[in-house]
Write a protein that binds this ligand. Sequence first.
Ligand code: PMV
Length: 343
Amino acid sequence: MFEKGKLSGKTTWLSPSNIALIKYWGKKDLQLPVNPSLSFTLKKCYTQTSVSYKPSTSGFKYEFYFEDKLKPEFKKKLDLFFKRTIEHLPYLNQLSIKINSKNTFPHSSGIASSASAFSALSLCLTDIEKSIIDSEDFYNKSSFVSRLGSGSACRSIFGPASLWGSSSLVENSNDNYAIPFDLPEFFKNYHDTILIVDEKSKSVSSSVGHDLVKNHQFKESRIKQANKNLENLIISIKNEDINEFIRIVENEALTLHAMMMTSNPSFILMKPNTVNIINKIWSFRNEKNTSLSFTLDAGANIHLLYHQDDFKTVQDFIKSQLLIYCSNGKYIDDKVGKGPIKK
Ligand code: PMV
């Protein structure tokens, strides 16, 4: 617990991962997106981070532990994060902090942990600020700070869905931080089963991918398309138009990978089994009336999105037809969640 004004204490936050339906791909200036993105916030894949702090007489100091072990390999990323954020969290100059983090999802599952990790850490840092000095806009500031760690992390601050990036369609939307996006009950009951096609970390990082958008031959048309897809997706969500929702979500996933394949130099993050699974999903949908669609992150794994009512049918389909394409038969069942929780 905090004592107002006191420079020592501890805070713990649980913050989930998120899956983008409209993809953020390409940035400008300091982690600002070239187009708006919209994501479902997840529930079970989250990071739990505790930050304990005490006064420091020699400026800001931090130590980072993952699952109670000192992890110097994260130093480079964290140094950059603190370099970018310290001017927004000046109280840190008086503190020495110890960060301890753990994830609910396996480390080597190919699941990007940067969204949950940076959002959990940012919530802790903003929370400490709130305990020392009165500050307003707690969640907006947490989202702003998260963005400086990893762009997509700023969306994890809000559930059940979140929008980041300025759009004339959504009031208060802006590039600096994400805002909550409410969903009709129907979409709050969506599942996301993540099929682990490849457990290795990806061959090309997201930062390199974002950079390649700067001189991409399709940059301007991609920005137009993302805005149009966002408009149509919002309408499909409002009208609970599942067919249109599926069309846009899959178009976004495949465009993301098409952008990678047509950048200079080009790269491919899908694996043969990613494509095998997509073909199976399309055949399944031709045979069955189902809400099942897929989306992809910047990697080979596939996110299956579907409504609760289809849970049994989709789970049977996964077990009978898709697990053979997963690495060691691995998958993670998640669903749409409500956002971070303070412990
Ligand atoms: O937040 P970053 O820099 O790891 O970029 C993530 C980009 C995608 O996951 C591919 C899309 C998105 O909007 O989350």
